[in-house]
Design a protein around this ligand. Sequence first.
Ligand code: SAM
Ligand code: SF4
Length: 329
Amino acid sequence: MLSQLTDAFARKFYYLRLSITDVCNFRCTYCLPEGYQPSGAPTKRFLSLDEIRRVSRAFAALGTEKVRLTGGEPSLRRDFVEILAAIRENPSIKTLAVTTNGYRLARDVAVWRDAGLTALNVSVDSLDARQFHAITGQDKFHQVMAGIDAAFDCGFAKVKVNTVLMRDVNDHQLNAFLHWIKDRPIQLRFIELMETGEGRALFARHHLPGTVIRDKLLAQGWQLAPRGRSDGPAQVFRHDDYQGEIGLIMPYEKDFCLSCNRLRVSAVGNLHLCLFGEQGIPLRDLLAEDSQMDDLAQRIAGGLSLKKQTHFLHDGNSGITQNLSFIGG
Ligand code: SAM
Ligand code: SF4
């Protein structure tokens, strides 16, 4: 199906990142160093299963082919399996992915796959168990690693791993990470640390430009692969000696936003046109009844005309984004 979601800069949007909760059980230093803090607003409820079903149906009708569930930690939702099944009710959504900290994988990944999950990103910031604990606040390195093994065992041919490399924290592990993917079909995605409202001091101390990693990869014989439509802004590198591959996500790189292919819906049902944008367009009033579907699709498509050409991170402007758990990274 042709995407009906096209913006003023001729970018087409096939990909929805849907946050289903802000809550997280980890305390990553660059995201929620104090852990999840409830907002205190008793009225703040996350999208219900039925609301998620409707939002995914509207996006599917507009040509969306891929949905990624994120958060917070999406697998904390008790109805996570039902959410997967509800999204897979849309035959045009071919890829259903989740980004997870991995703590539930070993136990549940096979069930998720049976419910319709087709792709998996697991966040792993260190291959050293003690450092993993220090970065995430959770002593769960071995549990997460067992989870990745379980994903392969239950039939995922490839797993993506997200790693935020930080200067003077875990950047010395680059070669250990490369060694790890030598014989494993893992796409290791190095995400450049992004500045958020709450993370300014950490950013100033530990930001490592993605270009530094790219130069090291090129020097070791890695080669940039041609971009696939679903790659989005990632630059993918391959090497004949490695089964795994590298994806570099460099939001500070010139032209990063040219290949933007994703829209976001927050856990309270606001459409965000950019990870670092402003308030978001409320959709929730149109999620109560199936009969509102046309109005919902119209609001989503109409909202897209407001999408800006680029973010303003270069100017130290991270919009309303205080941390990435709020809108799903
Ligand atoms: N809890 C899940 C997880 O950690 O995979 C999903 C949500 S998390 C916000 C999604 C991704 O955003 C993770 O891979 C995390 O490493 C990344 N992330 C969070 N804060 C970031 C920041 N300030 N800069 C770069 N990446 C960040
Ligand atoms: Fe939780 Fe993911 Fe943020 Fe870590 S990056 S605190 S796991 S939401």
